[in-house]
Write a protein that binds this ligand. Sequence first.
Ligand SMILES: Cc1ncc(COP(=O)(O)O)c(C=O)c1O
Length: 372
Amino acid sequence: MNDFIPVNEPLIGQEEKDYIADCLETGWISSEGPYVGQFETEFSKRVGRQYGITVANGSMALEAAVAALGLGAGDEVIMPAFTIISCAAAIVRAGAVPVVVDCESDTWNMDVTAIEALITPRTRAIMAVHIYGLPVDMDALMELARRHGLLVIEDAAEAIGQTCRGRPCGSFGDISVFSFYPNKLVTTGEGGMIVTDSPALAERCRSLRNLCFIPESRFVHEEMGWNMRMTNLQAALGVGQLHRLDAHLARKVEIGHRYNERLGGIDALTLPRAGTDCADNMYWVYGLVLADGLAMTARDAMQELGGAGIGTRPFFYPMHRQPVFRKMGLFDGISCPVAERIAVRGFYIPSGLAMTNEQIDRVADAVAKLFA
Ligand SMILES: Cc1ncc(COP(=O)(O)O)c(C=O)c1O
């Protein structure tokens, strides 16, 4: 279908194309090329951190973060029920135990006020994840973590360029991670970054990303790492994208406001919250939650919109309901009613940076038509 509106389409400019051409012309196509270091320096500076370590994707960034902090058997890590599986997978693969907290019904972020009740003598860390465009209240979360002596992993994959009370998302955690998948505000195709202010953690992540090679004795390994290196080609794309971040943020907000205006009057829909004490929404994705009384589920709505040539995505499926974890005996008897409800009633509509205003209006009209 020619006029299909995908849920996301990235915006790639001439600067990115020039940098990539430079990689091809100079032959620097592996992780050894100069854009990797440039991207790490410029990106970590933008989020106010000392060190940036590029990796192959955001999921690997989480794996490395969990490993670098030394989390493992017997350790409990408190995390949101409502997030991508990469968060829980990193914890489980390390042999640690994910403990889920429900989300707030209006921000869809983890309910920070519910964390303290989950802390046990085995709790070692909190994984905070900023969801869909609004930040978690990191001031409250960090205060709680410090008071209980807990480590913090901050997943800011969805919050590139977002802030919490004026401070960049990604600047709070002992270790913080980003993804540069094409739906993110800075993309490298596939890619991720770990940021931290700790020289020891940075060094540890660099080693883990590069198979734990020991410089003095190449091919002799004391430990197992991964090859999770980012290529120079990807980093070249990232450098160009980073230079457009403010324009990307402004456009996301414009898209969000345009949807707000057009969908604001529909009682059957909960729209993304415009802002909180922590920040204005930057509408990384534009989520909709159908009212409880409606017979229509998110799946029905997505099917209708698909028929009208509009791409959508369902909301996350809660971690404590994931068959893969249930089969491992995790999350027995756990319930998170908000995450469970929005997983069935929530979905998001197209908001890619390459979208035109005409496309936004077409999507909004199609959504409104569902409730006419
Ligand atoms: C919050 C969050 N964390 C981690 C990831 C994983 O990133 P990637 O897709 O680059 O592996 C994503 C998804 O892109 C995400 O939304």
